[in-house]
Ligand binder design. Structure first.
Ligand code: C5P
Length: 233
C-alpha cells in the first residue's frame, strides 16, 4: 500500500495535534508536531538570550539546535527533546506561546525548520500538523486538511490542556494569546498560515475528537486508494 502524506494546518488551538496524533496512530503513521519544533527553538533562543534582530546570531543559534521526538510508552505519546533534554512541558508554557510567533516569523528559522520537516516526511507515511504544511512543506501532500473553530471553544480547550499540565491560566489571557498568534501567523511574509486551495476545511467547533478523526480517516482511505490506482497504471 502506497503511504501518503497528511498535512493538517489551521489556527492555534483548533485541536490539530490531538486529531493528528489519533489519525497517525490509527494508520500506523509517524506524527510530527511542527509547532513543537518552533516552540523548542523559541525556548533555546530564550535561554541563550539570542537577539532576534540579528540574523547572524539567529543562524548560529540554529546550528546548535537539535530537536527530536522520542516515544514515551508510559503515556503512549511522543515527547519533544531539545539537545537531548525532554522539553515537552516547558515548551507548552505561556511564556513560550507568547514569543513563538515572533520567532517562527524569522526567515532563517522558517528555512531551517521547513528543511528539517521535508526530510522527516521524505519516506511519506506521515501526519504533520502546523501552519504551512500543505502550502510550503508538502505542497504535494495527498491529503490536506485546514482546521478552524470558534474562538471561545478554542480558548476553553487550550485552558483545559494547560490545566492538565498543572498550569492555571485565565481565559482572557489565553484568548489574547491565540488572537495575537493568529494575526502574526497569518500576516507574516514567509510561510504565512493560509488554506491550501486543495485543502478540506474541518470545523471542530461542534464535533467530537472521534468525529474529527473519522472525517480525516475516511478521506485518507480514499486518497490511499487513488494513490495505489496510480501505482498500478
Ligand atoms: O501548533 P502550535 O500552536 O504549537 O504552534 C506554535 C507556533 O509555532 C504557532 O503559533 C506558529 O507561530 C508557529 N508555527 C509555524 N509553522 C508551523 C507550526 C507552527 O509558524 N508549521
Amino acid at each position: 500500500m502506497k503511504r501518503i502524506v497528511i498535512a493538517i494546518d489551521g489556527y492555534s488551538a483548533c485541536g490539530k495535534s490531538t486529531t493528528a496524533k489519533a489519525v497517525a496512530s490509527k494508520l500506523g503513521y509517524a506524527y510530527i508536531d511542527t509547532g513543537a519544533m518552533y516552540r523548542a527553538a523559541t525556548l533555546y533562543f530564550h535561554e541563550h538570550y539570542i537577539n532576534l534582530t540579528d540574523p547572524k546570531a539567529v543562524g548560529q543559534a540554529l546550528e546548535q539546535i537539535h530537536i527530536s521526538f522520542i516515544f514515551n510508552s508510559k503515556i503512549d505519546q511522543s515527547e519533544t527533546y531539545l539537545n537531548g533534554l525532554n522539553v515537552e512541558d516547558e515548551i507548552r508554557k505561556m511564556y513560550i506561546s507568547e514569543n513563538v510567533s515572533e520567532v517562527s516569523a524569522l526567515p532563517e528559522v522558517r528555512k531551517y525548520m521547513v528543511g528539517l520537516q521535508k526530510k522527516m516526511g521524505k519516506k511519506r507515511g506521515v501526519v504533520m500538523d502546523g501552519r504551512d504544511i500543505g502550502t510550503e512543506v508538502f505542497p504535494d501532500a495527498e491529503l490536506k486538511i485546514f482546521m478552524v473553530a470558534d474562538m471561545n471553544i478554542r480558548a476553553h480547550r487550550r485552558q483545559l490542556e494547560l490545566l492538565e499540565r498543572k498550569q492555571v491560566v485565565p481565559l482572557n489571557e489565553i484568548i489574547d494569546n491565540i488572537q495575537k498568534r493568529d494575526i502574526l501567523d497569518t500576516t507574516r511574509k514567509e510561510g504565512p498560515l493560509r488554506k491550501a486551495e486543495d485543502a478540506f476545511i474541518l470545523d471542530s467547533t461542534y464535533i467530537t475528537i472521534e468525529e474529527q478523526v473519522d472525517f480525516i480517516i475516511n478521506l485518507a482511505v480514499g486518497k490511499m486508494i487513488d494513490a495505489n490506482r496510480l501505482l498500478l497504471v
